[in-house]
Design a protein around this ligand. Structure first.
Ligand code: ADP
Ligand code: MG
Length: 348
């Protein structure tokens, strides 16, 4: 079919009808949501629980590139990365607010695409879209998501609770999102040089999924709760394993040893890394946006976490004086340094 895609300009609707259109079929799932979209403020009632709040700002050209990032995926990811921060506190995400700044480059249909991803993530994680703000902007797209969550006070897990001899655990595998981004960037350059070239993504679908459609690990914190394992510290891996480990070490005033061979790396990550001449462990340690959970548990919980399919034990916590080191199969220990995935480069 060669149907021409409809394009409704933003001015044709105006702000209020746009908000109505984007939020018309929003359903709520949580008891704590008393009033959602439509009044001056949402009303939330977490009963005797603690409320958690986190926010992220995403700017076009800094945090995402629309030449290869579909709007629906962007909406999905914007919600998931915020939910991931709530989960990393061992809490349940319950509400989100989404604010957007939009230039006239975008049509109503574009924003509906963005919101279809936002709503899909809300549906998938049973989180309620309860509000936001909408403004025009001169250039590009800005998305700000605020996530709210709840937890019993005793369940909260911070970055500062790791103790000597605790085990260091990660979920899933690392470096895949970074390799997915390398792939997209490579194909973008090929496309710029030759707009008729077909992108070469064959065999790397998993890597694309990891960068374009990351998931948060609500199931992992639920499984840990079922097994009566409370992590001593936890953080989500948004900036690479190295920098997140150093956050836990600094906040908990401890050191660590992690083992090179234990770091979980997917086959596709290894393959593309080889093709591009990148050391896969560098991608795992310093690449960002994996959104896996990094947590520590007491040694006594070893068997319980070892039995969890999506969890790998990669090392242990030491005294602070022993520093933070990676142990390779042979040769000397390597000092772990933070090379955060820092999108913001301040230039003079
Ligand atoms: P106000 O002028 O008080 O800021 P708005 O007209 O901006 O009110 O918003 C009206 C309602 O729509 C509020 O409940 C607000 O939270 C919600 N809302 C506005 N923009 C968005 C958006 N982009 N996504 C979701 N909800 C929105
Ligand atoms: Mg407003």
């Amino acid at each position: 079919m060669s149907e021409k895609k409809e394009r409704t300009e933003l001015y044709e609707l105006g702000e209020f009808r746009l908000i109505d259109r984007l939020t018309q079929d929003v359903k709520t799932h949580n008891k704590s949501t008393v009033v959602g979209v439509g009044d001056d403020a949402a009303v939330i009632s977490p009963k005797k629980k603690r409320s958690l709040v986190t926010t992220d700002l995403l700017l076009e050209g800094i945090h995402f590139d629309l030449t290869y990032f579909p709007l629906k995926h962007l909406g999905y990811k914007a919600v998931v990365v915020n939910i991931s921060d709530i989960i990393a506190m061992n809490a349940t995400p319950t509400q989100v607010l989404v604010s957007i700044g939009i230039s006239k480059r975008f049509s109503v249909e574009d924003l509906e695409e963005l919101y279809s991803g936002i709503k899909l993530a809300c549906e998938r994680y049973k989180v309620d879209l309860v509000g936001g703000d909408t403004s025009s902007s001169y250039t590009g797209l800005t998305i700000s998501v605020t996530a709210i969550g709840e937890a019993n006070p005793d369940d909260l897990v911070y970055r500062n609770g790791a103790k000597v001899n605790d085990l260091i655990c990660v979920t899933g595998n690392l470096g895949a999102a970074y390799m997915g981004l390398q792939l997209l960037e490579r194909e973008k350059q090929v496309f710029i040089a030759n707009p008729n070239a077909q992108p070469q993504f064959t065999g790397y679908d998993y890597l694309l999924e990891r960068i374009l459609k990351p998931e948060a690990h609500l199931n992992v914190i639920e499984q840990l709760r079922d097994k009566a394992v409370k992590p001593t510290s936890m953080i989500d891996i948004s900036d690479g394993l190295s920098s997140e480990l150093l956050h836990i070490c600094k906040n908990s005033e401890v050191g660590c040893r992690i083992y090179y061979e234990k770091i979980p790396i997917d086959e596709q990550t290894q393959e593309l890394a080889k093709e591009l001449g990148i050391e896969p462990h560098i991608a795992a340690l310093n690449g960002g946006e994996d959104y896996e959970l990094l947590f520590t548990v007491a040694l006594a919980d070893f068997e319980k976490v070892a039995a969890m399919e999506s969890v790998t034990v990669i090392g242990h916590i030491t005294e602070a004086a022993q520093g933070a080191y990676l142990i390779p199969p042979q040769g000397e220990e390597i000092k772990i340094t933070a090379q955060g995935w820092n999108e913001i480069k301040f230039e003079d």
